[in-house]
Design a protein around this ligand. Structure first.
Ligand SMILES: [Zn+2]
Length: 474
């Protein structure tokens, strides 16, 4: 093996820093990073992502990463992103880790504690971003710093991208990197720490999720307009009645049943640990074609129903302008969660067909720009990527060790994350995280956001083992 002299010198110089970092307790390192991140208000109204990207870049350089492997890039201003590369042997193509630095707004008066002061209290860390997702940023950073300190050389480069504007805003960092600096982040597959996860029920780990698919969010505006007039001699034609009939048809309509490789794997695993009756219902649904009686029973559960089909539901209603006048306008918002592989425009046309009344205008509503459109975006949610063994098997192995008895379950999220960008760009993306959350303690975007202290430290231990298993999988 031929090592250039310069590299040897560099290795010796970094050796001391790296050795110091290796001596540092990983939980203490992760906690320090977590605290630092929480106390930088990376909100839209606050500091933006740039100070956090720069702070993490500095940590990485101090931890022995060469300056040329640490990049703070983006459109400039408040919306910069950080990209760092831990070089491997190059035996395989890189893996990309992603996480968003920005957090949702938090008002001091809404919280019982200061959202931007890191506080440990009664077994929890409090602060905006403790669940979504500065925990994950601190965990991924800690893992890379540990690998660097050990001089670990994985089979593939590990790239970490910490990005802006996942929660809103117009400078989404993952989108920007894909469009402008694909060279920095190009990878064989992606691990997104912003989902998946370990689920707690009454303090016990019951499930480890591998989220490999997401539904697509879309709002539709249904509007009926009439000339109006005096209500003392009403004609049959009435905007409110027309809209009510349209909504009634939507309420009775079921979008087609459909499984993909992720939801199929999900049901197979649920069946394995269900009682006989429940398992036979699920197996009936897994048949091709599905058993109609079994499907009817399964779809009676709103959560299962949302897994097997696109759903649309009325969420807002308004109409009329005076008690003694015929309504000139009646409007409703219908919120849809679309199965991957189908587009909002496809769903809009289906709603037009279901409503079956040309006086009801069905328009796509973009809640970011607050605009109504006659035509919805044609982009399809990405088809779920195959469940790669080098992502799934290490998860099963590490989970079995850390949380014996809790099954690993491939799942589909009903919201959307930055995975939409990477998947759309052809980088198969999986969401994995080891910080356990209680089903009834989901406070992301909410008040008094918090993360269990032990859950966080377990997440640190988990990700170190998991990532090592992924990059050394053969
Ligand atoms: Zn998030």
């Amino acid at each position: 093996m031929r090592i250039p002299a310069v590299a040897v010198v560099a290795a010796i110089v970094f050796g001391s820093t790296a050795a110091a970092a290796a001596r540092q307790d990983p939980h203490q390192l992760a906690r320090a990073l977590f605290k630092q991140l929480i106390e930088i208000p990376t909100t839209e109204s606050g500091a933006g992502s740039t100070p956090a990207a720069e702070a993490m870049a500095q940590r990485l350089r101090e931890g022995g990463f060469a300056a040329e492997d640490v990049h703070v890039v983006g459109p400039g201003g408040r919306k910069q992103n950080l990209v760092v590369r831990l070089k491997g042997t190059g035996r395989k193509r890189p893996v990309l880790l992603i996480g968003h630095l920005d957090v949702v707004e938090a008002l001091r008066e809404d919280w019982t504690v200061d959202p931007f002061v890191f506080l440990e209290k009664d077994g929890y860390f409090y602060g905006r971003g403790t669940q979504d997702m500065k925990d994950g940023i601190a965990i991924m950073m800690t893992t890379l710093l540990r690998f660097r300190a050990e001089g670990y050389r994985p089979d593939r480069d590990i790239i970490l991208a910490l990005t802006a504007d996942e929660e809103g805003g117009t400078a989404n960092g993952v989108d920007w990197l894909l469009k402008n600096r694909r060279d920095l982040i190009d990878a064989e597959f992606v691990l997104n720490h912003d989902g998946g996860g370990v689920i707690l029920d009454n303090g016990k780990v019951v499930q480890v999720d591998l989220t490999a698919s997401e539904k697509v969010y879309a709002d539709f505006d249904l509007t009926v307009t009439n000339p109006g007039g005096h209500s003392s001699a009403p004609p049959r034609e009435n905007a409110i009645y027309s809209l009510a009939r349209a909504l009634d048809r939507v309420s009775r309509y079921d979008f087609p049943f459909e499984l993909n490789n992720v939801t199929r794997a999900y049901f197979e695993r649920v069946a394995q640990r269900s009682d006989a009756a429940h398992a036979s219902v699920i197996r009936g649904v897994l048949q091709t074609p599905p058993d109609p009686a079994a499907l009817k029973e399964l779809a009676g559960d709103p959560i299962y129903n949302a897994i097997v089909r696109t759903t649309c539901v009325a969420t807002r209603l308004s109409g009329g302008h005076a008690n003694n006048a015929l309504p000139q306008t009646a409007r409703a918002n219908v919120n849809c969660r679309i199965l991957p592989g189908h587009s909002p425009e496809e769903v809009r046309q289906e709603l037009v067909r279901v409503v079956a009344d040309s006086t009801v205008k069905v328009r796509y509503y973009n809640f970011l720009t607050e605009q109504l459109d006659e035509v919805a975006p044609a982009v399809r949610g990405y088809a779920p990527p195959p469940l790669r063994p080098d992502v799934l098997r290490p998860l099963e192995r590490v989970a079995a060790k850390m949380w014996p008895g809790a099954p690993v379950v491939p799942s589909m999220a009903v919201g959307a994350s930055d995975s939409v960008y990477t998947n759309a760009a052809g980088l198969p993306t999986y969401m994995v995280s080891g910080s356990a959350l209680s089903r009834d303690d989901v406070r992301a975007h909410g008040q008094d956001e918090r993360m269990g202290v032990q859950a966080f430290y377990n997440g640190v231990d988990f990700f170190y083992q998991y990532l090592k298993a992924v990059v050394s999988y053969r």
